[in-house]
Design a protein around this ligand. Structure first.
Ligand SMILES: *Cc1c(COP(=O)(O)O)cnc(C)c1O
Length: 405
């Protein structure tokens, strides 16, 4: 948790739909990182981080879609990661060094190699569990002159996360290599995701016509959701957040005021939401402890099953000619349930978190459309080999890293 959340209304309240995303980021960042980044550095950071933008599409009086999948890995997480990479380089100036150690799986490593590519002083260590990761380019590895060190661990994802904690807590090692992490434990992943909520707000505020503004967020580890709550803390006028879950909805009990009892994970067609205990649990708890009555009236849990998800993809395609991936469809279905017969008088912004082409089979099944994978997402199915394969022990990880220098 950041130690304080500044009121940033003076920085964004008077922006309008003509403001570009890098402009918004450059303007609010010095407010967020007071005394750390001045306006000049902030605009350098915003300019070098983003060569993609969020896209707000107004569908009708009740619904808009906030497209967040235009980044290099085709998921919204790119927005936080690239900002972190750019800020880190700026803070290191020209002489500092940092090692970013991150647990990844599937194709999430792509997001990190992109964020740290050609960034001075930064080495990116990717740790991943048994199985494969995809989409990395071997030219980016340290052994080939790049700055990425992929290390495979004989074990599961939880063991990778444990190794990162142990590495950070080995102070002599952490200080020698200036270790940090780009997993969600780093608030610099979550805070910059608040910027796209502000962006949606400045684009839409003139067209609300007196309606309430509500965001529907497909939520698994609740990082995106927490970012929305930060946008509200920064002073964004908003009436509610829908926590859109699939059948893995145990966290809804907590939001309704009950005790959180994790359930075993069931597999669904929106896999990024198949989470038993959200990584951001502690951050959410602190929001609820600080203002329970506010949270109760502002946060709306919702649970959408696979069948409903497919129906919603079809409905959105038929009515608006827009393709959603299953995660976005969960959020849209939740928004429709929330709006019900329209008596709420809300305008819901649905966060489209993943590129529909990444789930082309499901999208095709629901809509009958053939979804082409864009050029930049083409080598996502390519497997890569690690630089080292280690047992899940700290010493093994440390010597694998040290052997690269
Ligand atoms: C990670 C992810 C989510 C869930 O986001 P959280 O911050 O974990 O709640 C939703 N959709 C897609 C496509 C994702 O990759």
């Amino acid at each position: 948790m950041p130690s304080q959340t500044p009121d940033m209304r003076q920085f964004f309240l008077y922006m309008d739909e003509k403001t570009t995303y890098p402009e918004l980021v450059a303007t609010v960042t010095p407010g967020l990182l007071q005394g750390v980044l001045n306006p000049l550095s902030a605009s350098r950071v915003a300019g070098s981080a983003f060569d993609f933008e969020p896209e707000l599409i107004r569908l009708d009086d009740d619904y808009s879609i906030l497209n967040l999948y235009n980044g290099p890995s085709g998921v919204f997480k790119d927005f936080g990661v690239v900002f972190f990479g750019a800020v880190l380089e700026e803070l290191l100036k020209d002489t500092g060094q940092a090692m970013v150690v991150t647990a990844v799986r599937g194709d999430t490593g792509v997001s990190l190699t992109n964020a740290f590519r050609n960034r001075r002083g930064i080495t990116s260590v990717l740790i991943y569990p048994s199985g494969h990761i995809y989409g990395l380019d071997e030219a980016e590895f340290v052994t080939n002159g790049g700055n990425t060190i992929p290390i495979q661990v004989r074990g599961g994802f939880d063991e990778c996360m444990r190794l990162i904690s142990e590495l950070i807590n080995d102070r002599p090692f952490a200080e020698r290599y200036h270790v940090t992490s780009a997993n969600a434990i780093n608030p610099c992943r979550v805070l910059p995701q608040a910027f796209y909520y502000l962006y949606a707000f400045i684009k839409i505020k003139k067209n609300l016509e007196g309606k309430d503004l509500v965001f529907s967020v497909p939520s698994g580890n609740f990082g995106n959701f927490v970012s929305g709550l930060y946008a509200w803390k920064f002073g964004m006028p908003v009436n509610g957040f829908i926590a859109a879950m699939n059948s893995n909805d145990a966290f809804g009990e907590f939001i309704r005021g009950g005790k959180f009892k994790p359930h075993p994970v069931v597999e669904t067609n929106s896999p990024a939401l198949d989470i038993s205990r959200p990584v951001n649990y502690e951050r959410l708890v602190s929001f609820f402890e600080e203002a329970p009555a506010v949270m109760r009236n502002m946060v709306f849990p919702s649970s959408i099953n696979d069948e409903k998800t497919l129906q919603t993809m079809e409905w959105v395609w038929k009515n608006f000619s827009v393709l959603l991936d299953p995660h976005g469809a969960v959020a849209f279905a939740a928004a429709r349930e929330f709006n019900g017969d329209g008596s709420r008088d809300s305008h819901c912004v649905i966060l489209a978190t993943g590129h529909p082409a990444k789930e082309a089979d499901i999208v095709g099944k629901a809509t009958g459309q053939i979804v082409e994978l864009p050029e930049k997402l083409r080598n996502f199915r390519k497997q890569v080999s690690p630089i080292a394969l280690i047992d899940p022990h700290l010493e093994a990880l440390e010597s694998a890293i040290a052997s690269c220098f």
